[in-house]
Design a protein around this ligand. Structure first.
Ligand SMILES: *Cc1c(COP(=O)(O)O)cnc(C)c1O
Length: 502
């Protein structure tokens, strides 16, 4: 199967090329030329498989230029006991009669980004080999927290790659910073930027655009690449866990084959929910996809009105990984619901670029709301939901998952729909421990305490062991203390590359 851009159907590339390139040169995103479908029997066959076998089964339908054994090798390197603290990789927890929590945070950095970033480096190096690229791949990442660490863990000591991560000096949580500056690995570099996330992001984008620099690096057999969520190689592994959740529901006899389910996803860049949409397109019986946002509710408005408008103030919330005003992966969704209408997509994306706003036509809006239901909740409701969920079910969710739980409550209230529902849980409650502790214990109990003390309090309350990689952080030596101005990021890349070359 081949891939082409959401803005141009004429130039086809292989899966390997799509993964190596990341973004299409015309600014569009790579999409498969057709979406494979699973028959009833093929979905039922997943029930007997373990997570890795399910992953191979789904991935091979998209990565048709890979051998089955190659995909299996990538899958086994990504999802194993050393990396994931549970055998089932993405276990399903039954919260109540018809509500299930899909725990996507048992990987090394305690957030769902591991599901894709543990396997992407292996898909990428294999793709590069297939595309005949002999150069070393250097990944540049600007992060607001979760992606940077997950990418560092994923690329750590992967042959023929290096990774450099920039984070805003005062823009990440304490734990997130510690996670990054103590990162192991011979091929990693981390640097703080004296600015905010946008400064770091723009700095990285500028380096990517710098043709002279690319040439300079190429002479040293280095090419730059990115690991952000518009890469197809990050999206496709996320489709797997929705099929896996359905297979687990069948296996546990919670549903019978063919029964529809709803899926709720706490959404930022629209990557995770897009994977659920692809699963639906592939034949997974999904009734509604419920898109949950925090106070940055651009998507809620969009799905309600058909108007996407990023001209609003950016809000900092207790669910920071969803603080985003431009959801890049929406482009793939629009491409698909318009029946692959590149003209429309180009028009809207140009308007977004120029005016920060676009409006889709009535038909597209209609199609969208047949599939999607959207809602949002603010910080106060997020914390309340954490408390209520604990009281009602003795189960503690993190702030991002709490947004999803809250919005699902709104959905049920507004529609009365009793369809069984899977809620994607995107982070461990330990990862955003301070906010979770505020919700569970109240501010008075938490203020003034050290982060690790709070984590221990939570651990006792939840009856949950602190993940090993989290407790280790306290003692780990800091390896990276570099800081630079946004304008000096390119020099820092050079310096870090030299440093590692010795
Ligand atoms: C990245 C992230 C999200 C948002 O996922 P998208 O694919 O960007 O929509 C939600 N929750 C957590 C914890 C995340 O790290």
């Amino acid at each position: 199967m081949n891939y082409h851009s959401t803005r141009d159907k004429s130039a086809a590339v292989s899966a390997a090329q799509a993964i190596v390139k990341g973004l299409s040169p015309d600014g569009g995103l790579f999409v498969p030329q057709s979406v494979p479908r699973l028959s009833r029997f093929e979905i039922e066959a997943l029930v007997k498989m373990n997570y890795n076998e399910r992953a191979v089964d789904i991935l091979k339908r998209f990565l048709t230029d890979f051998e089955r054994e190659e995909i299996k090798a990538c899958v086994d390197r990504a999802y194993n006991k050393e990396k994931f603290e549970t055998d089932s990789v993405a276990p399903l927890y039954k919260l109540s009669g018809g509500t299930y929590i899909l725990e996507l945070w048992h990987g090394p950095t305690f957030a769902f980004k591991d599901m894709a970033l543990q396997i992407l480096p292996h898909l990428l190096t294999m793709s590069a080999k297939k595309a005949g690229i002999m150069d070393e791949i250097t990944i540049l990442v600007a992060t607001s927290g979760d992606t940077g660490k997950a990418a560092l863990e994923g690329f750590c000591d992967v042959e023929n790659t290096r990774i450099i991560v920039f984070y805003p000096k005062d823009g990440v949580s304490n734990i997130q910073k510690l996670q990054m500056v103590t990162q192991d690995g011979k091929n990693v570099g981390v640097c703080s930027v004296l600015g905010n996330f946008d400064d770091a992001q723009n700095g990285v984008k500028e380096i990517f655009r710098d043709k002279g620099f690319a040439k300079e690096l190429k002479e040293k057999n280095i090419i730059l690449s990115s690991a952000n969520s518009i890469n197809w190689g990050r999206l496709v592994p996320q489709i797997v866990y929705y099929f896996s959740a359905y297979a687990d529901l069948l296996k546990n006899e919670e549903i019978s084959m063919g029964a529809e389910i709803n899926i709720v996803v706490p959404t930022g860049n629209f990557g995770n929910i897009l994977a659920a949409y692809y699963a639906r397109r592939m034949g997974l019986p999904v009734k509604k996809l419920i898109c949950a946002s925090n106070a940055n509710n651009v998507l809620t408005d969009f799905i309600a009105t058909g108007i996407y408008d990023r001209n609003r103030s950016f809000k900092t919330t207790v669910s920071p990984s969803m603080d985003i005003l431009i959801s890049s992966n929406l482009e793939r969704f629009l491409y698909d619901v318009t029946g692959c209408d590149t003209e429309k997509v180009i028009g809207w994306m140009n308007e977004l670029q120029q005016n920060g706003r676009y409006e889709v036509d009535g038909e597209t809006k209609e199609l969208m709301s047949e599939i999607l239901w959207a809602g949002y909740c603010d910080d106060e409701s997020t914390l309340k939901t954490i408390k209520q969920t604990e009281e009602e079910y003795s189960y503690v969710v993190d702030t991002h998952t709490a947004v999803a739980v809250n919005v699902y409550g709104q959905y049920v209230k507004s529609t009365g729909d009793g369809t069984k529902t899977v809620i994607a849980s995107t982070a461990s409650p330990f990862k955003f421990s301070e906010s979770v502790a505020y919700a569970v214990f109240g501010r008075d109990e938490v203020d003034g305490r050290e982060e690790f003390e709070i984590i221990e309090m939570l651990s006792r309350r939840l009856g949950m062991r602190i993940p090993k990689k989290l407790s280790e952080l306290k003692e780990k030596p800091v390896r990276f203390t570099q800081a630079c101005e946004p304008a000096d990021m390119k020099d820092m890349v050079k310096k870090l590359l030299e440093f590692e070359r010795r």
